[in-house]
Design a protein around this ligand. Sequence first.
Ligand SMILES: C[S@@+](CC[C@H](N)C(=O)[O-])C[C@H]1O[C@@H](n2cnc3c(N)ncnc32)[C@H](O)[C@@H]1O
Length: 203
Amino acid sequence: MRNPKDKDEILNSCSFFYDKEVGFENDNPICLEIGMGKGDFLLGMALNNPNINYVGVEKYSSVLSVAIKKIREYDLPNLKVLNMDAALLGDIFKNNIDTIYLNFSDPWPKKRHAKRRLTSDVFLKVYDGLFTGIPHIIMKTDNDNLFAYSLESLKEYGYTLDRVEYDLHKTDISNVETEYEHKFSSKGVNIKFLDAKKYSRDI
Ligand SMILES: C[S@@+](CC[C@H](N)C(=O)[O-])C[C@H]1O[C@@H](n2cnc3c(N)ncnc32)[C@H](O)[C@@H]1O
């Protein structure tokens, strides 16, 4: 994505970057969306669930600036953002995350790039240190290969797949759409969904 003209102004004036020293100043659960993109999911979730705190993590400031521009129209005490690579999340959170959402993560189709997938063991290891209780990951994707890979990777890493759906929009699962989800489902692509927990911390 090209840098929006007003990117620097938007980032410099953003008042809702997550600060680990300050946190949310309440004891409500904290959920992360990793790779939040332009923020539709995070905004919808924060509006629907005022008693849950949300942090959106996005690697690219150009993309994040588009999300910030949308989010700043609302005054939401339960929504904050971080401009960083998920690989470094252990520097920010320690045993205080309830659920991680992975929405339409980059598929990295080449085998030699598999470790860059957000459900590879490299990232699952990072996530281990973030959770407050039972590790809990919820994922949606349009991509069959990434989905098949993630099911295996999560199982191998000790997660139990509590729910797996191959056509999310035909289920009763309550859902807030993301930008990519809207794009793919309007083209007729089925949205894949999984909800996984690691009940044993041994692995
Ligand atoms: C395909 S987009 C999906 C955006 C949004 N979640 C959606 O569903 O519309 C994937 C996003 O994840 C971000 N991303 C990829 N790898 C990341 C990482 N390691 N850490 C943080 N963000 C990442 C990308 O920059 C991109 O904005």
